[in-house]
Design a protein around this ligand. Structure first.
Ligand SMILES: [Zn+2]
Length: 432
């Protein structure tokens, strides 16, 4: 779970949660604290160097997760060769800029060029589609939407955004590598004739989610996602001689759950819907892994997303309980509770709503596309002593309770995985 999410803040200012099948392969046999301990120990070991995005440490973690998916017998996503869903991010640095708009030289301050090209020359004959950001719009949200598209654009930004326009430079710090260009111009006029030349230098970063699939028996085109993020904060300043942010709880715990649920459902072999097990990269630095993932499938086919974050410690209510972020946004929570009826495990709505946790993990990306996507966690966000510290180590986790939580997730998901219940969609317009 992110400390805060840059874009969420930007958006806000401009407008890291018993029993089951009545069959032989029961959760009690497959989801054990011993197995949780095995996986957790590896993911949170010092040899993974805190799994920071773009480092050899996280690459080791990706290899480990891939090997686990292979052992389980998952298929790859979209029949790709690898469980790794690789993509490239660029950090652009503008070296030079010149431009004319209707015969008048453009002030570089009033233009932000989003490109992955070293040299870019564009004029009005280049066929760029012109779009407008009008007064009262949410500049950052609209800009993010535009730069996700697969068409060149020139974006005319109303001068009422003069003050907030430089925020686009912050959005530009890390971009998905793209063949398309997006030129934002702050201007009062509707440009007819223009030419713009920009040169950039780039730092490139290779990233990868790790994704495995268990095809559904009958409803193959209806997806249920189980996710967690496997990146963390890396190596930092030493505190009491320790400098590795192991991220045992955040979010090796969620990643462990995803791997164990994959093994459980494979053993069960009765999922009517297609199950996608994904471990995201780059959650801590802005959610780029889930953003990339969300563009590789049709969100309308995703009936539910169980994002799992920080389930290694007891919740504020003690053992055998967890909370669900964004509880009120869909009826998924009530479906999960229904499936837990008769067990001693309890799900609660997120008690830390002032912290906006719904918007601070990978579920939010899918939720913004309408998907019933929630994060399940036990982290005491008002009092979790090791959160985002070098002390987030396996010794601070309760592996027995954690295994119970993973079993409860499996039980609670039963009717959704079985194709019986379909949670209501997130009302995108009501999100902040
Ligand atoms: Zn975190």
């Amino acid at each position: 779970m992110r400390l805060t999410f840059l874009f969420s803040i930007l958006i806000a200012t401009t407008s890291c949660f018993t029993q089951s099948a009545n069959k032989a392969n029961s959760a009690d046999q497959v989801i054990t604290s011993k197995e949780a301990l095995r996986i957790e120990t590896i993911l949170s070991s010092d040899s993974m160097e805190g799994r920071k995005t773009g480092t050899p440490g996280i690459d080791k973690a990706a290899t480990f997760i891939s090997n686990e998916f292979k052992k389980v017998g998952l298929k790859t996503f979209n029949n790709e060769q690898d469980y790794r869903q690789a993509f490239t991010m660029v950090k652009p640095k503008q070296v030079s800029f010149s431009g004319m708009l209707d015969g008048i030289a453009l002030d570089p301050k009033n233009v932000v060029v989003f490109t992955s090209a070293t040299e870019l020359k564009v004029d009005n004959k280049a066929g760029y589609k012109k779009v407008y950001i009008k007064p009262g719009a949410n500049l950052v949200r609209e800009a993010l939407e535009i730069i996700g598209q697969k068409e060149n654009r020139i974006i005319v930004v109303d001068t009422s955004f003069s003050k907030s326009f430089p925020i686009l430079l912050r959005v530009k710090r890390t971009l998905f590598k793209s063949p398309n260009n997006f030129i934002f111009v702050l201007t009062q006029t509707d440009p007819a004739v223009y030419n713009i030349t920009a040169t950039h230098e780039f730092e490139e970063q290779q990233l990868a989610n790790v994704v495995g699939v268990l095809p559904g028996k009958s409803k193959k085109n209806e997806y249920v996602i189980f996710s967690g993020h496997y990146d963390h904060l890396g190596i930092g300043k030493p505190a009491n001689g320790d400098s590795i942010f192991n991220g045992a709880n955040d979010d090796a715990a969620g990643t462990t759950a995803v791997i164990m649920l994959a093994r459980y459902y494979k053993a069960l072999g009765n999922n009517e819907r297609t199950l996608i097990f994904t471990t995201f990269t780059a959650e801590e630095i802005g959610g780029f892994g889930s953003q990339y993932f969300s563009r590789q499938l049709d969100p309308n086919k995703v009936v539910a997303m169980f994002n799992i974050e920080m389930i290694g410690t007891e919740s504020k209510w003690g053992k055998a309980s967890a909370y669900i972020t964004g509880y009120e946004k869909t009826n998924m929570g009530s479906i999960l509770e229904k499936n837990l009826a008769g067990s001693s495990f309890k799900f609660y709505p997120d008690p830390y709503t002032d912290q906006q946790l719904f918007y601070r993990s990978d579920n939010a990306t899918l939720a913004r596309l309408g998907v019933p996507a929630h994060t399940i966690s036990t982290s005491k966000m008002d009092n979790e002593p090791n959160y985002h510290k070098v002390t987030d180590e396996i010794g601070t986790l309760d592996m027995v309770n954690m295994a119970e939580i993973i079993k409860a997730i499996a039980t609670s998901a039963r009717s959704i995985v079985g194709g019986v219940d379909t949670p209501s969609r997130v009302k995108v317009d009501e999100l902040r």
